[in-house]
Design a binder for this molecule. Structure first.
Ligand code: AMP
Length: 297
């Protein structure tokens, strides 16, 4: 294991990597320098194990600011006790090389003790009703952990703009709401979902899937495509769209968790699907929990 890892590092020796810092103080120093030079700062928060979806956020960040920074932190606060914190995939060297291909200026990769020197913070960001629906229904405390770490990252970087992915639509909606409700001076942008050629939404967790699970995982994006086609053909009843989503996902080896048509702002279920409404699904494929969504045009 170690040997093969070292071999890969040697092979990659010629590739450039992004400068990486481990402490909040170093980030503050780099940001201070950038500001002194009159440059704007963009932040792309991630948990690493980067794929093309993450890299698309870097591109969007680059379009909106002079300096692009990424954080890579597998945030323990947002994982439940029965979730995959310990086995979540990590490969910082590879991430630094991938981030370099998009001209990233700095990566902040702190350890848990740097982010939470006193253990779990005593003061946290408590989301309201928006966090109880969809993924929140099965992941108690998840969005509180997400908002708390994102608020900390906003405090550390004080970015002009922060870019998130539509892939985690409920998360992006909650972050927008947090920034609005707490008057945090950052512009939140949400970038479209990047998919594999066959439609599967890219996710760091896709690496968990066996070949047969990978095939079954397509039932999520296929359900969204099917429901979108129904809608385009004139079906406006949310119940009919939900049924199409659910039945496409209900195949052996896939355990649907939810299939909903919701208002994009409130995430409340709608009865009739107008343009702008969101179709959102979650399912377990083997042990892996996957999510996907589509906004109706
Ligand atoms: P994660 O590392 O999974 O926490 O994701 C970090 C950021 O990348 C979040 O804002 C995600 O929504 C975004 N992201 C993850 N997967 C994709 C994807 N397939 N397309 C676009 N953005 C994504």
């Amino acid at each position: 294991m170690m040997g093969s890892h070292r071999d890969t590092e040697t092979q990659r020796g010629a590739l450039s990597r992004v400068p990486v810092v481990r402490t909040r103080a170093e980030v503050r120093e780099v940001v201070r320098e950038a500001r002194r030079a009159g440059r704007t700062v963009a932040l792309v928060p991630t948990m690493g194990f980067l794929h093309e979806g993450h890299l698309s956020l870097l591109d969007q960040a680059r379009a909106g600011a002079d300096v692009v920074m990424m954080s890579i932190f597998v945030n323990p606060l947002q994982f439940g006790p029965a979730e995959d914190l310990d086995r979540y995939p990590r490969d910082l060297e590879r991430d630094l090389e991938l981030a370099a291909t998009r001209g990233t200026d700095l990566v902040f990769a702190p350890g848990a003790a740097e982010m939470y020197p006193h253990g779990a913070p005593g003061v946290q960001v408590v989301p309201g009703a928006l966090a109880e629906r969809l993924c929140g229904a099965s992941r108690a405390g998840h969005f509180q952990g997400v908002l708390t770490v994102v608020a900390k990252l906003f405090g550390i970087f004080q970015p002009d703009v922060a870019v998130f992915g539509q892939k985690d639509l409920q998360q992006a909606t909650l972050i927008r709401r947090m920034v609005d409700d707490l008057d945090i001076p950052v512009r939140v942008e949400v970038a479209p979902i990047v998919r594999e050629a066959d439609g599967l939404a890219m996710s760091s967790r896709n690496v968990y899937l066996s070949a047969s699970e990978r095939e079954r995982a397509l039932s999520l994006s296929r359900g969204l495509e099917r429901a979108r086609a129904l809608w385009a053909a004139g079906e406006g009843e949310a119940a009919a769209l939900r049924a199409a989503l659910w039945s496409t996902m209900a195949v052996p080896g896939v355990e649907p968790e939810y299939a909903e048509v919701v208002d994009a702002r409130t995430l409340e279920p709608v009865e009739r699907a107008a343009g702008g409404a969101v179709m959102a699904v979650a399912a377990r494929v083997g042990k892996t929990r996957l999510i996907d969504n589509a906004i109706l045009p």
